[in-house]
Design a protein around this ligand. Sequence first.
Ligand code: ADP
Length: 250
Amino acid sequence: MNAIEVNELNVYYGKHQALKDIHLEIPEKSITALIGPSGCGKSTLLRTINRMNDQIQDVRVEGDIQISGYSIYEKGIRTEMLRKRVGMVFQLPNPFPMSIYDNIAYGPRLHGIKKKAALNEIVETSLRAAAVWEEVKDNLKHPALSLSGGQQQRICIARALAVNPDILLMDESTAALDPVSTQKIEELVKDLKQTYTIVMVTHNLAQAARISDQTAFLLSGECIEYASTLDLFSSPVNESTSNYVMGRFG
Ligand code: ADP
């Protein structure tokens, strides 16, 4: 079963075409890596999946993206409901300037959950799922910004999970972290795929090779090759894929 289907997707910023005729089928409960040199369109593609691009002026999206069989660019789609199903974690950890507890409870409260017991449970479950509960359980009232970068990023993952999404988008989410924190998040992401469909942009080819099931290689807005990660790294079909994964450019 596919969680996400991208068909004939073209994205323009003004006159500049950032994505050209993209087709992708992303199976549910798997990790998909988007790789390619800077400016090839990875983040743009990621952002089309929860319509984050809508907030950018002069952006035009053509084509179709389906999530669980529903076109997310149809008229009448409520983006707040879409973003509840499709969470996002960014490059720099960006917890809100409030307590750890309130960071996690923020989304559920916004969606109408008010009861303390229900919120407590969501906060604990989400922090556990993001592998940070043991480190913060005694300090839930402390500001999230007082934590280390790696912990803050796991708080952001917990915050995304707290509204019970199906899909988690990660945009270079370990790029600003030290190797130990990066490894923790990689392990966490591998666990999360039992429950969630994960799509991640990464500059780190070793990371894509280590943790993803499928990899898409983009170049100048085109998806040059999309295959199982094993195939794409060990026997790429396209010459530019081969050059890129061998570290010859980018
Ligand atoms: P990547 O994530 O692979 O580095 P991006 O998706 O950020 O690539 O960018 C793809 C192309 O779209 C680049 O040419 C970039 O300059 C352009 N672009 C990205 N964001 C914007 C924007 N907000 N306005 C105009 N052009 C943009």
